[in-house]
Design a protein around this ligand. Sequence first.
Ligand SMILES: NC(=O)C1=CN([C@@H]2O[C@H](COP(=O)(O)OP(=O)(O)OC[C@H]3O[C@@H](n4cnc5c(N)ncnc54)[C@H](OP(=O)(O)O)[C@@H]3O)[C@@H](O)[C@H]2O)[C@@H](O)CC1
Ligand SMILES: Nc1ncnc2c1ncn2[C@@H]1O[C@H](COP(=O)(O)OP(=O)(O)O)[C@@H](O)[C@H]1O
Ligand SMILES: [K+]
Length: 507
Amino acid sequence: MRSAHRVDQVRAAEAALMARLPGGTLMQRAAVGLAATCARLLTRRRGRVYGSRVVVLAGSGDNGGDALYAGAALARRGARVSAVLLAPARAHAAGLAALRAAGGRVVLEQEVGLADFSRADLVLDGIVGIGGKGGLRPEAQPYARAGRAGVVVAVDVPSGVDADTGEVAGAALRADVTVCFGTYKPGLLIDPGASYAGAVQLVGIGLELPAAEVVALQHADVAGLLPVPGAESDKYRRGVVGVAAGSARYPGAALLAVAGALRGGAGAVRYVGTAAEEVVRRFPEALVTEGGPAGAGRVQAWVVGPGGGEGAERALAEALAADVPVLVDADGLTELARLGPGALAGRTAPTLLTPHTGEAARLLAGAENGGSAGGGGGGARPPAADELAAARLGTARRLAAAYRATVLLKGSTTVVADPGGAVRVNPTGTSWLATAGSGDVLAGLAGSLLAAGRSPLDAASVAAYLHGLAARHAAATPGAPVTALEVAAALSTAWNDVRSAAAEPGA
Ligand SMILES: NC(=O)C1=CN([C@@H]2O[C@H](COP(=O)(O)OP(=O)(O)OC[C@H]3O[C@@H](n4cnc5c(N)ncnc54)[C@H](OP(=O)(O)O)[C@@H]3O)[C@@H](O)[C@H]2O)[C@@H](O)CC1
Ligand SMILES: Nc1ncnc2c1ncn2[C@@H]1O[C@H](COP(=O)(O)OP(=O)(O)O)[C@@H](O)[C@H]1O
Ligand SMILES: [K+]
């Protein structure tokens, strides 16, 4: 599991540790780890550190200090290091002295700095770290636009990325590798910040940290959460997932949601809706009923809404009336937004909402207006989907709080937020998943995990993980387009992948 902490949590842990250690110890630990990664990267690119061209972009804080000390260490190994000082009067004095003593040169003119930057084998971005506010300032912006021949290594956080949220206000410096200290930061795991961070490496510096703010599961964690039948299991004990999906207009959504549900670990899939005939023709193993959830047999969880069209209103009402976990997706969410959070108020079993940002905008507007169905006030501008996508962590949290439900917010980084405050972010996605119907597969899969007894937080985060992995496996060649049905078919490979990696020694 990758754990990420907020800046204030890092600062508190740093203060507690610094009180027990000689001054400068933590910066030395950070710089040693940073220099070691840079030396590995240079050796991989050029065969050796000696003679390579390194540029340190140094801002006014300790982030610049880390970068200057690491630059000094590389200079001592024979690298030709220039330090570009973005705030010359406030550069980290001891770091700068170390760099100079190691033979590094200092650049004050932007033209020279930019030329050095563009032809460097390696650039250390020490402009700003966890102390940063807002995007890059004007003096640093040309570096974000400049061409580059070598690798950019961000020190702790890519400059311009908000460490706590991953939000980017204006320009930020894109890195190939980020070396972070003590713990991951949420902004390194959540887009858009994550897309600026490149490969993220953690250097331990001995911080004692509280519970994480955000976590990202890895193979071993997911393997431990997969429902696996035991000797005592039968199909009912494994859980039956009910899928209320599809409509005359969107029959395909029914097939895709059932395809996902069949591969999520529940013992049986019960489909209700207008596409019963198509479903059973394609998936003879599914149990089918026409009509709505109320008339179907017992299930351990409902999935309601994919392609629900005109039947979504009734299906949602009937599913929410059942005392089992309910996953609401697509047209079910549009209907829920119309009703507002009050529609969930009487429920005792948990609810999982799986919006994309467009649906999230409708849900938030519904929460703020008390549900448009109730004729609530309204008047405030509804949030725009792209603004919500740029602030994914806050959006998922706001929705979870407003609806008192677990929220899986889909998109370039899928974020799962529990109403209790826990947040998981998904590391496995690929943008090829942005294909029609892949969300239906995800809904079926997550519903199946709910029926198999997983909590909404676990069901949602495991489903997103397997779904993202399956999309990679489904591609005929790495990086090729995939269809939603291919993603569903590749889910078994994703399960195997996770389980076999977890079974490896040392996993
Ligand atoms: N915590 C730990 O455990 C450890 C932390 N360590 C390291 O310390 C780093 C944090 O250092 P920090 O606190 O000095 O802050 P830092 O990120 O250098 O920035 C603050 C300075 O930048 C300025 N500034 C602000 N916004 C800006 C912007 N957008 N663009 C440009 N400048 C901007 C602001 O000045 P202002 O101009 O606003 O007065 C201020 O002077 C951390 O990321 C890690 O690398 C390790 O050494 C060891 C253990
Ligand atoms: N840029 C992206 N990067 C990674 N995954 C994405 C991106 N955009 C969308 N996705 C994923 O693709 C799926 C699309 O779901 P959804 O929007 O519900 O589509 P549909 O309604 O067509 O099924 C979700 O799993 C979502 O997280
Ligand atoms: K930085």
